[in-house]
Write a protein that binds this ligand. Sequence first.
Ligand code: KMH
Ligand code: ZN
Length: 273
Amino acid sequence: MGDLLITVAPTGAETTKADCPQLPTTLEELVDTARRCEAAGAAMVHVHIRDDEHRPTLDPTRLRDTVQALHEATDLVVQLSTGGSVHDPLDARLAVLDAEPDSCSLTMGTTNFGDDVFLNPWPFVCDLYQLSQERGVVPEFELFDLGQVASLHRLLDRHGLPHGGRVHVDLVMGVPGGMPGTADALVAAVAALPAATTSWAATGIGRSTLSVALASLSKGGHLRVGMEDVLTLAKGVPVEHNEQLVDRVVELGRIAQRSPMTPAEARTLLGMS
Ligand code: KMH
Ligand code: ZN
């Protein structure tokens, strides 16, 4: 039985296809990536989609088709991003739930995001959370900063538990403007998580990917990896396929005596039927 949830975030919204031709941006590339990452040990996929020009989009039909295609091709837990890109309006981000994913990301506050701002005002966080409860979509609480841990306490106190009764958190670390991708920050965030937290994962952006993965394994956490978060395996060595990043953390997990969860095990962990 597996005890390590590996989520792959294969695309993101920030990298352009022109800068990174190996980024999976078409539906065919995304499905192929998902299949390969599932075979490598991933149990959940965190999805951002692109339009025909490879630009980030929240087009409702495309989102729905993507969820359906991933369900047909894999057993992976399909998590749609409600963060989208920094340019997406809040109403389009709420409408992501219309595509009926298994899970959605839910970021607990506004964050400086490089030179941009990733906007998550409190009323939007509450609206998205309540919509996820109504629609039976399991949220993954994404925390980019330590203050967002306090917001998670506040949200759960005011609005109760998520659909399924489990509380799964993902620490997104190392974003310029958020908490650093260090073991110290990870330990501080984990120590402050609400008692209702049933599982947590972490991902480190860019060069913090390995230190965050190792810190998370050491603290008993789960892992997210993927080209949304990191584009190199080492300095000057580009990632050619998301599967390489999954392979690498499967190996780190093996050394830490943790084995990858199957998608069915992940569904149990996350409170999905
Ligand atoms: N693209 C970032 C602005 C999420 O997926 O929910 C937001 C993001 C978080 O990636
Ligand atoms: Zn994302």
